[in-house]
Design a protein around this ligand. Structure first.
Ligand code: ADP
Ligand code: MG
Length: 621
């Protein structure tokens, strides 16, 4: 029997190996962009022809290659980025396996023009099917231009597998955006069929996000930034009102490399709990830095999955950082950081601090929350100026105008299949059905019909929410009407309570009270907020103080916030109160005009929804 084993010819072996690295034009885009970044470029131009099937070209102003290096670059396992296995553990560059150019050259026609910054002449090389066709000196600017033409011209089976131009173009843009977000300090442009579709000036990350996703985002980004010795997080998340019905603009980068992680996505999404409907998706671009030793290094560089040494810490950290960021601007933060006690015990969280990082990290309020053990944590709003965004919340979501900064030919088509729309029955926003009567039950609850079924409203909690938002608005200058009492009331307090009330008097007057000192430990109440029942000024103030003291003991809100929460609770309609049809109408209307109608400031639901599907289920349908 004859021997049958043969060595594959080099170009065939290369073609097979190339399949792993270059699956479609977008893979080449990623590799070529990353090479340009690794070369230290500050300006990178991407030129696409025919959705990358005809041409993918990247031009950079990086360090360029010498003649020998230019030739070497196309060899398999040719890399300037690692020398030994140890290097793998502190790799800083995007690529390191030395396979990209070899792979591209195996499945396309490649033209390389490169010149190091201080050389007089550059080098031109043409490679096709892994074979060098031409090499000659050439005049060129400092930097590198690599053009990949006619991808898979020599592997027709693969070429036939490419998708429509629209689909391949989307993949390209996805890859491009990931790189563009990671390097806002680099100028990028993208030209497709001679039309410039991105032109991204150098700038900050925030500017880059706005350039890429659209101007209308500018006021809708909340910055996330926390550092500990174990890891840092930096980036932006969208305000709840900017959340979309389609999953799409969500990006995680670990050590500046884009990754996909359902686990970390969950950490972010759960930080938005109760702030956005369950079926909408906030934008985020978050960058996590941590010691590469904490990552599984054996991940394939073209794969986007990642393994953390301790993913629970990373989860808790991301969750807490996003929650903290949202709380900073939100008027109704659910501020507890439910950190798993097991995580709080960990050394990395407890005492990791080297001297140099200590001061920086200790000033981070996240650090403080991490270090207060075994309790629900609350964070005080630190930065008053953040409150200017509060108004945005009140005005509710605005209609999206402006594009995503893209000039792709058919914008609409692109948006449609770029982000799979979530079409479900429940996704219709909840609306009360007008003209259908409201029903009060036990003088405590209201039943209201909605477009999706019905809701059972707690009259007290609903009113608490309405008042809370009204008082918040008042403390930002939208004055609350006062009603003058027919008979001003004097109240005498213990000297302790008098001190407390003195402390609160300005706030109270802004919130609709008319109250002033009246001798030692005594006060004169001449008016109350307009919506309050007359005649019990005295007990109302006393109860308010009691409630305030109760809040004071364990919650680290600002004085004003505590007062507002106390007042909202204190003044809310109590269970057992009969409401006329008109009163129920007003209350439900006011509730649904709230920025966040579904929950009280303290996190209790204001209503429970019974949707039609659920009702049908109950009856066994
Ligand atoms: P890797 O990036 O993993 O090292 P590549 O095949 O992508 O492997 O590139 C091989 C080598 O070619 C790189 O290590 C680098 O030295 C050089 N190179 C590639 N692209 C560029 C570029 N745009 N500018 C300068 N050098 C480059
Ligand atoms: Mg590379």
């Amino acid at each position: 029997m004859p021997d049958i084993i043969q060595l594959l010819p080099d170009n065939i072996a290369n073609q097979i190996a190339a399949g792993e690295v270059i699956q479609r034009p977008a893979s080449a885009v990623k590799e070529l962009l990353e090479n340009a970044v690794d070369a230290g470029a500050t300006e990178i131009r991407l030129i696409i022809g025919d959705a990358g099937k005809a041409l993918v070209q990247v031009i950079d102003n990086g360090k360029g290659m010498s003649e020998t290096d230019a030739r070497m670059a196309f060899e398999r396992h040719a890399t300037s980025k690692i020398r030994n296995i140890e290097d793998l553990f502190h790799i800083k560059t995007m690529g390191f396996r030395g396979e990209a150019l070899a792979s591209i050259a195996a499945v396309a026609q490649v033209e390389l023009k490169t010149k190091t910054q201080d050389a007089d002449t550059g080098t031109f090389i043409e490679v096709e099917n892994s074979i060098v066709k031409k090499q000659e000196p050439v005049a060129a600017p400092g930097g590198t231009s690599i053009a990949m033409k006619n991808l898979f011209f020599n592997v027709p089976a693969r070429r036939n597998f490419l998708k429509s131009n629209a689909a391949e173009m989307r993949h390209i843009i996805d890859e491009f955006i990931r790189v563009a977000l990671s390097f806002p300090e680099i100028f990028f442009s993208v030209t497709s069929n001679r039309q410039e579709i991105f032109h991204l000036e150098k700038g900050t990350l925030k500017q880059r996000i706005v350039q890429v996703f659209g101007d209308n985002l500018n006021a809708k980004l909340v910055s996330v930034q926390e550092s500990t010795d174990y890891m840092n997080i930096f980036g932006f998340v969208g305000k709840p009102e900017a959340a979309k019905k389609t999953r799409g603009d969500q990006y995680f980068f670990v050590n500046n490399r884009f990754i996909k992680s359902a686990y970390l996505n969950h950490a972010v999404m759960s930080a938005y709990q109760q702030m956005i409907p369950a079926d909408s998706f906030p934008l985020y671009a978050l960058f996590i830095d941590l010691d590469p030793a904490q990552l599984d290094i054996n991940v394939h560089p073209t794969k986007q999955e990642i393994k953390f040494e301790d993913e629970k810490i990373v989860y808790a950290f991301v969750h807490a950082a996003v929650k903290h960021a949202l709380a900073q601007f939100s008027i109704t933060p659910t501020l507890d950081f439910d950190l798993d006690p097991a995580i709080q015990q960990l050394d990395a969280i407890n005492k990791p601090f080297t001297e140099e990082k200590k001061s920086e990290a200790v000033s981070s309020s996240l650090y403080k929350t991490f270090t207060q053990k075994n309790q629900a944590h609350f964070i005080e709003r630190e930065n008053k100026s953040e409150l200017k965004h509060w108004k945005d919340l009140y005005e509710g979501p605005k209609l999206e105008t402006g594009s995503r900064g893209l000039a792709v030919g058919n914008q609409q088509e692109r948006d449609l299949d770029y982000q799979q729309p979530v079409v479900s029955y429940k996704s219709a926003p909840l609306e009360l059905l007008p003209g259908i009567g409201l029903l009060q039950i036990h003088n405590s609850y209201i039943i209201a019909s909605t477009n999706r079924g019905f809701i059972l409203i707690s009259q007290q909690l609903a009113h608490e929410r309405v008042l809370y938002e009204r008082y918040i608005a008042a403390s930002h200058g939208k004055a609350i009407a006062s009603q003058r009492s027919l008979f001003p009331a004097t109240i005498n307090l213990s000297s302790q309570d008098a001190t407390l009330l003195n402390d609160l008097i300005n706030d109270l007057n802004e919130l609709g009270y008319l109250i002033g000192p009246f001798g030692k430990d005594a006060f004169l109440v001449e008016g109350t907020p307009a919506d309050m029942q007359q005649g019990n000024e005295k007990s109302s103030i006393e109860n308010l103080l009691e409630q305030f003291k109760h809040f004071s003991s364990d919650i680290k809100f600002s004085k004003r916030e505590k007062l507002i929460r106390s007042m909202a609770w204190q003044h809310s309609i109590k269970p057992g109160t009969f409401l006329s049809e008109k009163e129920m109408q007003t209350l439900t209307e006011q509730l649904f005009n709230c920025a966040q109608p579904n929950v009280t400031a303290n996190g209790k639901p204001t209503y429970i929804e019974f949707n039609k599907d659920y009702l049908e289920q109950l009856f066994g349908k």
